[in-house]
Write a protein that binds this ligand. Structure first.
Ligand code: SF4
Ligand code: SF4
Length: 311
């Protein structure tokens, strides 16, 4: 049940849980859960030995105002990093973050979340909120959220107020471009060797911006950095759009050509990933469209692929 809580009261409770990080323009949500650089270990070389540092100090955070599409992307990252074998670095950070999701009332021109079965009002994360006249209508969705405050002492959102939330949801959903890609995942295999991939990748310069800004892309590399008396091992973001990403030590590169890299990016999101997780590896946030320097639009690519698989 949704509760009606004064904004300042609600924020006071959250501050007790952890440091509030408000999501606004310029804050990279993925970086909070899967940092661009994450140190695995630090070592110091001594005369006859090597000593390892205790260096991790993870602070509790409340990530506040996450839009539902980004909350969905965290669920998809969880599928990957919390399955066996569990990624303990990811889990430690994930457990230290309380996710407060805010209804998205101002979708932009690049959004297409509804085409992928999502909604800008999806109740996700630990707590879902809707802002109204100095109050939050808030709903706890996980056990730890239930412990953040004494929910019972707050009044329920009235039926009229609840109706208002539903009407706003319908209004916002109508503003978002919606198209149909039902069953595209199964059909994509039939066009694996089609010339469509050359057409789609024609304007791509393999800068990797789409993958770095995508909240769901999680390709990474492990690097060892060796200094004179010390060194460290770290995980850093990588991108399947880079030409050397799949370069093998033998000298062979299975995705040396640009169209093969574009095909891999789209097939991974819309064909391979659904086999393992029964979900597309895309939340329809449109960030890749917004940042591509050459105007590649994944929505146009999906619609073009739909035409080709049905020819
Ligand atoms: S729209 Fe683009 S950036 Fe957003 S999840 Fe899908 S592929 Fe990633
Ligand atoms: S952002 Fe655009 S140009 Fe850069 S790799 Fe992605 S699709 Fe290619």
């Amino acid at each position: 049940m949704m509760k009606k809580i004064k904004k300042e009261d609600f924020l006071d409770y959250l501050k007790n849980w952890g440091k509030i990080v408000e999501i606004e323009e310029g804050i990279d949500v993925k970086d909070l859960f899967l940092p661009k650089e994450e140190i695995y270990l630090v070592f110091h070389k001594k005369k006859d030995s090597v000593e390892q540092d205790e260096f991790r100090n993870i602070e509790r955070k409340v990530v506040f105002n996450i839009p539902p599409c980004y909350a969905k992307s965290i669920e998809l990252l969880d599928f990957n990093f919390l399955r066996e074998p569990l990624d303990s670095f990811y889990k430690e950070r994930r457990d230290s973050i309380l996710v407060v999701v805010k209804a998205c009332r101002n979708p932009h021109n690049f959004c297409f979340c509804t085409s992928l079965g999502n909604s800008p009002f999806d109740r996700k994360g630990d707590i879902f909120i809707f802002e109204k006249d100095g109050y939050y209508f808030a709903e706890p969705l996980t056990d730890r959220a239930k412990e953040v405050l004494a929910w019972d002492k707050y009044e329920d959102v009235s039926q009229d107020e609840f109706k208002e939330v539903e009407l706003e949801k319908q209004k916002v959903e109508k503003e978002i471009e919606k198209f149909d890609i039902v069953n595209l995942d199964k059909k994509l295999y039939s066009v694996f060797n089609d010339k469509i991939w050359k057409e789609l990748s024609f304007r791509c310069v393999n800068c990797g911006a789409c993958t770095f800004h995508c909240p769901v892309c999680y390709c990474f590399d492990i690097q060892d950095v060796d200094r004179t008396n010390w060194g460290y091992r770290e995980r850093v973001w990588d991108s399947c759009m880079f030409s050397i990403y799949s370069y093998e030590t033998s000298g062979h590169n299975p995705r040396a050509e640009r169209h093969a890299r574009m095909r891999n990016r789209i097939m991974h999101k819309f064909a391979y990933y659904p086999v393992s997780y029964k979900e597309y590896q895309c939340v329809g946030c449109g960030k890749c469209v917004e940042v591509c320097p050459t105007g590649f639009d994944i929505r146009e690519a999906l619609l073009r692929l739909k035409e080709v698989v049905n020819e």
